[in-house]
Design a protein around this ligand. Structure first.
Ligand code: LRH
Ligand code: MN
Length: 430
């Protein structure tokens, strides 16, 4: 491995100031959990094997249609994005994989990129195709749709792009293709709602056929945006029916921000699992629309309830149960590295809290219709401060006890602002 972006000495020095407090907090939590029959070491080892992928597109500042406000030292290429993702992994020790997006991360040598990532302690997770933007010199525009376009040449172009992403992913060592299409309409009558889905299914089947034997295709549903009247794959129902139609390698990806406010997402997780179609997640948070805010920053209880369903799913596994955990956020007002460190912590903490649920007490109360005790079984776990376990697991894996303080002490961003070229003003996601 090449020299990683932050020196091990700096991390060790920073940790040294935290050790006594962590030791005390960990021991006290260990005693508390022991009283309820939980072995803190067992929880810690589960956390030590937990991980979540970071999005390459999250390493740079994101924006909205109104504006994007770059920060000095933000990455301008996949190479610089990998360096920043290596910082997140160095400090958090739970983000060893990067999910790339094409053509945003296009390079000429993908085997070289794979080695470059490996030298930074990283590998590649699901590859994401992009048929929601037109590229320069693109033959056919996606303005009226991509995989569901009425124009055969446009559908073919979208199919070929997805197949190209699979080929790139094979060189990067990835095993999954995430397909999100923004296809939809802004006016009633603009498209036939049934025929547009049929065109999507026919085109997606072409992509499905190109999947290597050990690959999966993750269908990502989204209620609206960029289309504001109808979206071809708008909800988990359309997604699971499409995945069932396509075949066993097609699964459903749940982006937490792609639902109407107050939708019970944890129940969608339970349903997709019940039918063996739960493929993965794009973790983020939102208050109104697809806000792509930091995971757990608005509704951490919902994130906990999602992980509670995932633990139940583990206890009742279905064919091919192996959900991919990925972050998908847009960092418009923070340092993207700090947001992904904070989000990785929030996600890991919700997983840890879900592990603490006394499943026996919960199931007993559920069967007995003892509503309050069933609720309290979840609430007790949710109210437990699991930070000492997550920090201890991170420390033992060579990470930072206090990831944000150590990151700031590294002065990594100001170093990069000296080295990297400035990013121009603009708008939009990347
Ligand atoms: C669509 C989406 C999708 C990505 C994009 C960056 O809203 O969630 O997962 O391709 O964001
Ligand atoms: Mn997403």
């Amino acid at each position: 491995m090449t020299d990683l972006p932050i020196s091990a000495e700096l991390i060790a020095e920073s940790n040294a100031r935290e050790l006594a407090a962590l030791e005390d907090d960990y021991a006290s939590l260990g005693r508390k959990l022991e009283r309820t029959g939980i072995d803190i070491e067992a929880i810690k080892s589960r956390i030590a094997s937990f991980s979540v992928a970071v999005p390459s597109w999250g390493a740079g500042r994101g924006g909205t249609r109104f504006a994007k406000f770059p920060i000095p030292g933000e990455p301008t290429s996949i190479h610089e994005k990998l360096e920043d993702c290596a910082v997140i992994q160095q400090l958090s020790r739970v983000t060893p994989r990067v999910s790339p997006h094409f053509p945003w991360d296009k390079v000429s040598d993908y085997r070289g990129l794979r080695e470059e990532a490996a030298s930074l302690g990283l590998s590649f997770d699901a590859v994401n195709s992009n048929t929601f933007q037109d590229q320069a010199n693109q033959a056919h525009s996606y303005a009226t749709g991509s995989l569901s376009s009425t124009i055969e040449a446009t559908r073919m172009q979208a199919i070929e792009h997805n197949i190209e992403c699979i080929e790139i992913g094979r060189q990067l060592g990835s095993k999954e293709l995430t397909v999100w299409v923004g296809d939809g309409t802004n006016f009633p009558g603009q498209q036939d709602l049934a025929r547009s889905l049929d065109r999507y299914l026919e085109a997606a089947a072409e992509v499905y056929t190109a999947l290597p034997e050990d690959w999966r295709m993750l269908l990502e549903h989204k209620m609206f945006e960029p289309a504001f009247y109808s979206t071809v794959i708008s909800d988990w129902g359309s997604s699971i029916l499409a995945a069932q139609e396509l075949g066993p390698k097609a699964k459903c990806l749940v982006d937490l921000g792609h639902h109407a406010p107050n939708v019970n997402i944890e129940q969608i997780v339970a349903r997709l699992h019940r039918f063996g179609k739960l493929g993965g997640f794009h973790f983020n948070d939102s208050k109104y629309g697809d806000d792509d805010l930091d995971s757990g920053s608005i509704n951490p209880h919902q994130l906990f309830l999602v992980f509670n369903e995932l633990i139940e799913a583990e206890l009742n596994p279905r064919e091919g149960f192996n959900p991919s955990y990925m972050i998908d956020q847009s960092h418009n007002v923070t340092d993207p590295i700090e947001s992904m460190l904070s989000s990785a912590e929030a996600i890991t903490q919700c997983f840890a809290k879900a592990l603490l649920v006394d499943r026996e007490a919960l199931h007993f109360a559920q069967e007995a219709n003892d509503t309050m005790m069933a609720f309290q079984a979840l609430r007790r776990a949710y109210n437990t401060d699991v930070a000492p376990i997550v920090s201890q697991a991170r420390l033992e894996a060579g990470g930072a006890v206090d990831v944000l303080r150590t990151y700031r002490e590294s002065r990594y961003r100001s170093r990069k602002s000296q080295e990297r070229k400035a990013v121009g003003l603009g708008a939009g996601i990347v």
